[in-house]
Design a binder for this molecule. Structure first.
Ligand code: 5AD
Ligand code: SF4
Length: 485
């Protein structure tokens, strides 16, 4: 059964928003929640651990589970690798740069390096780089003793016990298991928003993407089990739930209730105490009218859909194996924009995919104008191991990729500014997530996932829902005052 521990407000002003686009790695604040009955492995130097997380919200949430598993067994979390006996890096390999980060961290422990740290530590590589590189990590960094992919985290205590028993190197590299969903304890990091993975892996096979390889085939979690955890989260005070999955809307209930994704959304939204339900990331192919109708009908379902398009050129979309054309994507946009309530649409773009011509790029820009995204994440194409695109001819030169990215980002910024400015004068309910040093300044998030910085003379607003009138707008956030009507 899942449990949650409420922790004090983390540094929420730097909270990361995109499931895949985190640039700053995060370190979870240490808390102690050992179960006295659980056996504590005898590590000399104490059962202390440090974990740093790179990558998406799914990785963040996986780390919450890893921390829970370790705390449950009596390990104690510490704030720096220097203090820790066990050092874990939960890694991301979506783009080359993300994957490189962990190797620079590991380099700090190289015994050959004069500045190398005490090598009496157990160094573990978790997550997507672990899954992608497997035992090769031991070749590259022989001082690593544990390599474990996301589907094997429940085995972590066992793997650690094997190290204690004298083995030098242990691995957990299964991908095809749904064991990941049920964890005895999840040490949630965010005080107001609870993440919950409802579908693992991916069956879509986009030609640029490493995820099907690092996270394995698609597996959905049974709806009863999801709803049980949501009720438990509501019981401990969470009001906002974010359902996670690489293709969250491809969810298929494996239980005999056979809830559709839209039905699941409505069922989660009906759990007493839950006021906001978000979900990420949706695949355009599985974005149906029933999902839009559900958002329209339930005030608790947030007015936001993250719907990565990647490119506006049907030719490039075909090479990417995205399974939709430019026109089909634009139809999905019309479907969402046709809802009774305004629903924000955000997206992801990749520029410089192999063979992308200037004309293809122009089509991406024109789609961007037509769709009027509320926000967009854009990336230069980065070839990834084991992916079909890595073998494609006609790479776009680095400088050209950079140029296209810059052009795209500038146009998107202008669109966002215009869309945000159009909201001036309107009143939105925000969930207050942070306070600034100045006492009257707060920051919250609207249902449409906009960041809204506002003034209020009230104190103690963290975690509360407040109505705010918008008075100003920038491309990435709104400003306003608490609205007292
Ligand atoms: N290169 C660049 N960007 C990528 N993404 C996924 N794979 C790659 C890659 N190989 C981007 C996509 C995806 C987001 C999570 O990361 O835009 O939606
Ligand atoms: Fe998340 Fe792994 Fe994909 Fe990175 S590679 S975005 S960590 S699933």
């Amino acid at each position: 059964m899942a449990e949650s521990i409420h922790v004090p407000l983390a540094s929420l002003l730097s909270a990361k928003e995109h499931p895949h686009a985190f640039s700053t790695p995060s370190r979870t604040e240490p808390v102690r929640a050992g179960d006295p009955a659980a056996p504590v492995p005898e590590f000399s130097g104490g059962g202390t651990f440090f974990i740093e997380t790179f990558g998406c919200q799914m990785n963040e949430h996986d780390s919450e589970k890893v921390v829970g598993v370790l705390l449950r067994r009596g390990y104690r979390q510490v704030a720096s690798p220097d203090q820790a006996r066990l050092v874990f890096y939960n890694t991301c390999s979506i783009r080359e740069k993300a994957a490189q980060k962990v190797f620079s961290r590991l380099g700090e422990f190289n015994p050959k390096n004069n500045f190398g740290r005490d090598s009496g530590k157990v160094i573990g590589v978790l997550g997507c780089v672990a899954q992608q590189e497997g035992e090769e990590i031991f070749e590259r960094a022989p001082w690593v003793s544990l390599v474990c992919g996301s589907a094997s985290y429940r085995e972590l205590p066992l793997l650690l016990a094997r190290l204690e028993a004298g083995e030098n190197r242990v691995t957990g590299l299964e991908t095809d298991t749904d064991e990941t969903f049920e964890t005895e304890l999840t040490r949630r990091n965010h005080p107001f928003r609870a993440y919950l993975t409802i579908i693992e892996g991916c069956d879509k096979a986009c030609s640029y993407c490493v995820v099907p390889y690092t996270r394995g085939p698609e597996r959905s979690r049974a709806s009863e089990s999801i709803l049980r955890e949501v009720r438990e989260l509501a019981d401990v005070g969470y009001t906002e739930i974010q359902l996670l999955g690489q293709t969250v809307n491809s969810y298929r209930d494996p239980s005999n209730r056979h809830l559709s994704f839209a039905e699941l959304l409505l069922a989660v939204a009906e759990v007493p105490g839950i006021r906001r339900v978000r979900f990420m990331t949706s695949h355009p192919r599985d974005m149906g009218a029933d999902i839009v109708a559900a958002i329209d009908s339930s005030p608790a379902l947030c007015d936001h859909v993250h719907l990565p398009v990647q490119s506006g050129s049907t030719r490039v979309l075909r090479a990417m194996q995205r399974t939709y054309t430019r026109e089909e994507y634009l139809e999905k946009i019309s479907l969402i924009r046709g809802a009774r309530k305004p629903i924000s649409i955000t997206t992801d773009f990749i520029v410089g995919f192999p063979g992308e011509t200037e004309r293809d790029f122009e089509e991406t820009l024109s789609l961007m104008e037509l769709a009027q995204f509320d926000s967009a994440f854009s990336f230069q194409y980065s070839p990834r191991p084991h992916t079909p695109a890595a073998l494609m001819a006609d790479p776009v030169p680095e400088a050209e990729k950079q140029r296209r990215l810059q052009v795209l980002q500038e146009r998107q910024r202008a669109i966002q500014l215009q869309r945000n400015q159009a909201l001036a004068g309107q009143v939105f309910e925000v969930l207050v997530e942070g306070a600034s040093r100045r006492e009257t300044q707060w920051t919250g998030r609207t249902s449409s996932n906009r960041s809204l910085n506002f003034t209020s003379s009230r104190t103690d607003l963290l975690g509360k829902y407040v109505r705010v009138r918008v008075t100003g707008a920038g491309p990435n956030s709104l400003t306003g005052n608490e609205s007292i009507e």
